[in-house]
Ligand binder design. Structure first.
Ligand SMILES: NC(=O)c1ccc[n+]([C@@H]2O[C@H](COP(=O)([O-])OP(=O)(O)OC[C@H]3O[C@@H](n4cnc5c(N)ncnc54)[C@H](OP(=O)(O)O)[C@@H]3O)[C@@H](O)[C@H]2O)c1
Length: 298
């Protein structure tokens, strides 16, 4: 198995579960991983994604990859950061780097392999998650928000938009992948996983001090009673365990469903947002992402 985002939060719990289960786990990471074999990967650099894919191929030789778990993600307090490649950081890490990785590793996947991309319920305005909702999934504008005529002048709101739009991109990428000829012919399962809201992870680390404190406190047993009233709230163990179950193929998606959401610590299979169901948006994002990462469209 190959994984990103296995060093912190519920991804670390998933990684430990996968390793305990006997999976050979290669984790793309900026630091040591709690389980498996860490291979250097910094998602803020497309060159690092390419060398990570090379290292995976070198380590595995002819052994195919049975699961690709793309869980890394981040949210920033504004959209001023740029990656080594000149793209807005949250969009580049959450979407572009993972798009490139999945395209590079697709040929190494086994028949009936599983691809899981971690998305978020915040991609859907209907969920009223409290973050700015995606206005579009235009890769060019997300990569260069200064060119976006609708860019929110409030830094935090622009940062939220970068995050939720990148999570919409995960849904649209899964939509495109599930219709990809290689995926269909090799009967690969592709899933976009929304873990609900999971406090006590590292996700808030770039946000303001009050938000960071609230995130930590609500991640302790003090936050547990909130789960009785809010179906979107899940514990780290449930979110990580479910990610492991999905990656191990222990969950069979209902026919035609590719989006799953953890609600009251159980998997549900709702429709994604209206934007997330658009074939036109999915195709445009696929093609634009190919161009931005220097790949051919197919
Ligand atoms: N927590 C929630 O409420 C929630 C809700 C919906 C979706 N999600 C999504 O769930 C996933 C996991 O989030 P989490 O809450 O568990 O947060 P987390 O504890 O911050 O985990 C994020 C993971 O992504 C990795 N990562 C971030 N930037 C990276 C980079 N440039 N290169 C390589 N790895 C990088 C981190 O590595 P380091 O350890 O090196 O930082 C870490 O392993 C994310 O995709 C997040 O968007 C979370």
């Amino acid at each position: 198995m190959v994984m990103t985002g296995g060093t912190s939060g519920f991804g670390a719990i998933a990684a430990e579960r996968l390793a305990r289960d006997g999976a050979r786990l290669l984790i793309g990471a900026r630091r040591e991983a709690p389980a498996g074999e860490a291979i250097p990967l910094d998602l803020t650099e497309l060159a690092s994604v390419r060398s990570f894919a090379e290292s995976v191929r070198a380590r595995l030789g002819t052994t195919p990859v049975d699961a690709l778990v793309l869980n890394a993600g981040m949210i920033l307090p504004d959209v001023t950061g740029r990656t080594a490649d000149g793209f807005e950081t949250a969009f580049a890490v959450n979407h572009l780097a993972h798009y490139l990785l999945v395209r590079l590793l697709l040929p190494t996947l086994a028949d009936r392999a599983i691809i899981v991309l971690t998305t978020s319920g915040t991609h859907d305005p209907a969920n009223r998650a409290g973050l700015e909702t995606p206005r579009h999934a235009d890769a060019e504008l997300l990569a260069h928000p200064d060119r976006d005529p609708g860019l929110d002048p409030r830094p935090a709101k622009a940062g939220e938009h970068a995050y939720t739009a990148s999570k919409l991109c995960a849904i649209l990428t899964v939509r495109s992948l599930s219709a990809h000829p290689d995926v269909l012919s090799r009967r690969i399962t592709v899933i976009a996983y929304d873990p609900g809201q999971v406090f006590g992870t590292g996700l808030s680390k770039n946000l303001s001090l009050p938000l960071r404190v609230a995130w930590v406190v609500l991640g302790t047993p003090l936050g547990r009673p909130m789960r009785w009233f809010n179906p979107f709230l899940n514990g780290r163990a449930a979110a990580g365990g479910t990610l492991a179950d999905l990656s191990l193929g222990r969950v069979t998606p209902p026919d035609g469903r590719t989006f799953t959401a953890l609600r009251r610590e159980r998997l549900t299979w709702p429709d994604p947002s209206e934007q997330g169901r658009s074939d036109a948006l999915a195709q445009a994002l696929w093609d634009d992402s190919a161009r931005l990462t220097g790949l051919p469209p197919t």
